[in-house]
Design a protein around this ligand. Structure first.
Ligand code: OAD
Length: 234
């Protein structure tokens, strides 16, 4: 089976009611990144950081996958598909995609502050005083600015043999995620779906790049219908 790598960002979940980061009224308009999404913020004011992610978790629990997540999940039947997402929500999982790499962590997991291997599923609010089995405070299982991206190597190696790469709803401004397209083979067809796509340095060097300036639900479902049809007719 041909391989499709899908790279998603906050825009794919916008139609599910979750805010993006950099659009007008985006999450970073209401918050300073340094206050809620860095290790320094955690050291300075863990309550504020917990509150930010508790709100995100509540909102994500109420959200439902939209047509873009659902259409992407259909790809598994026809292609070897890997979804690499910058999103911390679980909408790709709930839509049924099988292979998902979360580059920036997961809202519904928490981990120990002294042993990063102690990771737990978590649905409710996380509070000061919630401890891991070794007795240390738990923190959100999120990659904060300035931290390593442990899944990057896995994601980059998935890109190396892709036939198609579908990029959906990301401003391609946050590295190293945005640099992943640099690992795609030269003949890979890249399709970027976003009402306001941003052509990053790496995208500018892609030979086979098509832009679909549309919201995710419509753009993704049309594209996937075409890709499945093309595959069926050889
Ligand atoms: P951004 O907020 O930077 O970009 C969102 C993108 O979604 C923009 O390009 C919008 O045009 C697009 N968009 C908006 N509505 C859309 C819709 N209905 N359909 C499709 N696209 C739509 O979000 P990301 O690129 O995901 O990291 O941001 C990357 C990272 O920056 C996040 O993972 C987060 C953030 O800081 C961390 O917190 C570590």
């Amino acid at each position: 089976m041909k391989k499709i790598v899908v790279l998603t960002g906050a825009g794919i979940s916008a139609e599910s009611g979750l805010k993006t980061f950099r659009d007008a009224d985006g999450l970073w308009e209401g918050h300073r990144v340094e206050d809620v999404a860095t290790p320094e913020a955690w050291d300075r004011d863990p309550e504020m950081v917990l509150d930010f992610y508790n709100q995100r978790r509540k909102q994500a629990r109420l959200a439902k996958p939209n047509q873009a997540h659902i259409s992407l999940a259909q790809l598994d039947q026809f292609f070897t598909t890997v979804v690499i997402t910058q999103n911390v929500d679980d909408l790709h999982e709930r839509a049924g995609s099988k292979k998902i790499i979360h580059l920036h962590g997961e809202l519904f997991k928490v981990r120990s502050t002294i042993n990063a291997k102690l990771i737990y599923d978590w649905q409710s609010d996380l509070k000061i005083g919630d401890f891991c089995e070794s007795g240390s405070q738990l923190r959100p299982h999120i990659v904060w600015f300035g931290e390593e991206v442990p899944m990057l190597i896995v994601a980059a190696s998935e890109c190396r043999d892709a036939r198609y790469c579908i990029i959906v709803g990301t401003s391609m401004q946050v590295y190293p995620a945005a640099g992943l397209v640099g690992f795609l083979p030269k003949d890979c067809e890249v399709i970027y779906i976003d009402p306001k796509p941003t052509i990053s340095y790496e995208l500018n060097n892609i030979k086979n790049l098509s832009l679909i300036k549309s919201k995710a639900s419509l753009g993704v479902s049309n594209l996937i219908e075409q890709l499945i049809g093309k595959r069926e007719t050889g």
